[in-house]
Design a protein around this ligand. Sequence first.
Ligand SMILES: Cc1cc2nc3c(=O)[nH]c(=O)nc-3n(C[C@H](O)[C@H](O)[C@H](O)COP(=O)(O)OP(=O)(O)OC[C@H]3O[C@@H](n4cnc5c(N)ncnc54)[C@H](O)[C@@H]3O)c2cc1C
Length: 569
Amino acid sequence: MSDSVEGQWDHEVDLLVIGSGAGAMTTGIVGHDRGARVLLIEKGDHYGGSSAMSGGSLWVPNNHWMEGTGIDDSRADALAYLQEITAGEVAAEKLEAYVDHASETVKYLAERAGLRMYSMPAYSDYYPRAAGSKPGGRSLDPETFDARTLGDDLLSMVEQNPQMLVMNRVFMTIPQSRTMLTRAPGWVGLIVKLVSRYVLDLPWRFKSSRDRFLAMGNSLVGMLRQAMLDREIPLWLDSGAREFIVEDGRVVGVVADKGGQPVRIRAVKGVVLAAGGFEGNQAMREKYLPQPSRVEWSCANKNNTGDIIEMARDLGAGLEFMDDGWWGPVTVVEGEKNARMLVIEKSLPGSIMVNQAGQRFVNEAAPYVDVVNAQYANHTDAVPCVPCYLVFDARFRKNYPVGPLLPGAQQPDLMIRRLLRDGYLKRSNTIEGLAKEIGVDAEGLAESVRRNNEFAATGKDLDFGRGDTVFDRYYGDEKVEPNPCLAPISDAPFYAMEAYPGELGTKGGIRTNASAQVMKDSGTVIEGLYAIGNCSSPVMGRTYAGAGATLGPATTFGYIAARHAISDG
Ligand SMILES: Cc1cc2nc3c(=O)[nH]c(=O)nc-3n(C[C@H](O)[C@H](O)[C@H](O)COP(=O)(O)OP(=O)(O)OC[C@H]3O[C@@H](n4cnc5c(N)ncnc54)[C@H](O)[C@@H]3O)c2cc1C
């Protein structure tokens, strides 16, 4: 931290936004529209952060795109739901601020900034049994965005996580991915259509391997980036903030390293921190998160190293939920930059997850945060659960994708010999043999498989209730009866793959109030300073309301912060 020296500024704006994810861009757009001179600064040489890598969905209760889906929503239902699932750990004013402004934010962006999304009526809230939950509609998926309007600027956007692309290259929307991954009717034609559009994008095909028909996180960020370009809002890359400048207790600017040179930026109305979590910082992971925890297990942007969280703490800001993450079980593929989350394969019928005793420990189809919470809760020195193992059989392997593997029908074992040889994927003709391969208790595994097979026949998982809720079944195989999430593990060979407690980003961060202002532990506000997204304390507390529960708040509190900083008064 340094004090300002009159006349020593290199640059002056009204609103300075640190970071360039979807929340940061929303802040910039809203601030600009309210007449502010805005600047976004980004530490990396690409913009978009984890937001660009993500599914791009936003969880927005009572949103205008729900009209016509037949699902009724209300402020009261949304609040009841959030109150129940956050279990008293999040201030009521903050929950209310979210419910009151989330739909307003997406409506504003739709009407003023070209955001196009649609409601997913079949994508249930993650806790369908909680009061006020909805069977779908609150999760919004970005429509595809034709990024030809961005020109070469697209090449400066962080690339989509390959796990969300067809053949690691071609974009698909969330419902399209579900069609392909569960091999629902029309899936082959859909692949042909998407791949043809990619191949025929000439002459761009000779310039870059990146698909320009964006979906998911790239589409969300692409639309917001377009709105920034239309407004000529500046974005500096290679410009990490490293120090706050404070005057009489108020944050009045920052020192940033712009291409290696220190630049003092004055922010007349406010500084908004939107710099992501600390997923890329091993020391902070060891300090704050449950153990063990590794950077390599994160699916998120590794430039998010928590430096802003530590800077704010040094300024006296409170920190909350630092031991939590947007968890999900992951597989780590050698040579890939990020871990891949096991979202669909853990719900599809004919797989189980087991600890080293060969025992199941969770409803695998439960929300991904719950799976990792259970993994840590069951991890002991005597019976490790980190890693745990995803176990499946030949039928499962043939029909469904698993991590980086395409279904065996398209990519038979002959084509993945290296992964088998390197031990990434273990295989055996017997369950006992497989147990030996992965070092888990053979009797325990045989018993877990036997019980799974019994549950598959009756359609009722008596141990963990897998497939009991509409959320569980979203990624089940609707062709499988009586329970789309349960099938026998009976066809040799049998397979297993390690699964680690990973995340889509860390959750805990700087304490904020309902206006996104940074607060000290004492409850007083640090004037001039706001925080949103994963560097701030989550409005979701320890839970995950539904698909989009991280980006929904990041954009909404960006909207709130910009309006508060650039108030009409
Ligand atoms: C594969 C994947 C799928 C996901 N799917 C979804 C989904 O569908 N819906 C959902 O809600 N969430 C999803 N998430 C999670 C979501 O992407 C993140 O929680 C969200 O993007 C966090 O937003 P943010 O603005 O906090 O951080 P980011 O979007 O990561 O932006 C932070 C930016 O700040 C920059 N930065 C860091 N430090 C500094 C500094 N000192 N100075 C300047 N810049 C700095 C970083 O480089 C980065 O660009 C997904 C994540 C992943 C990885």
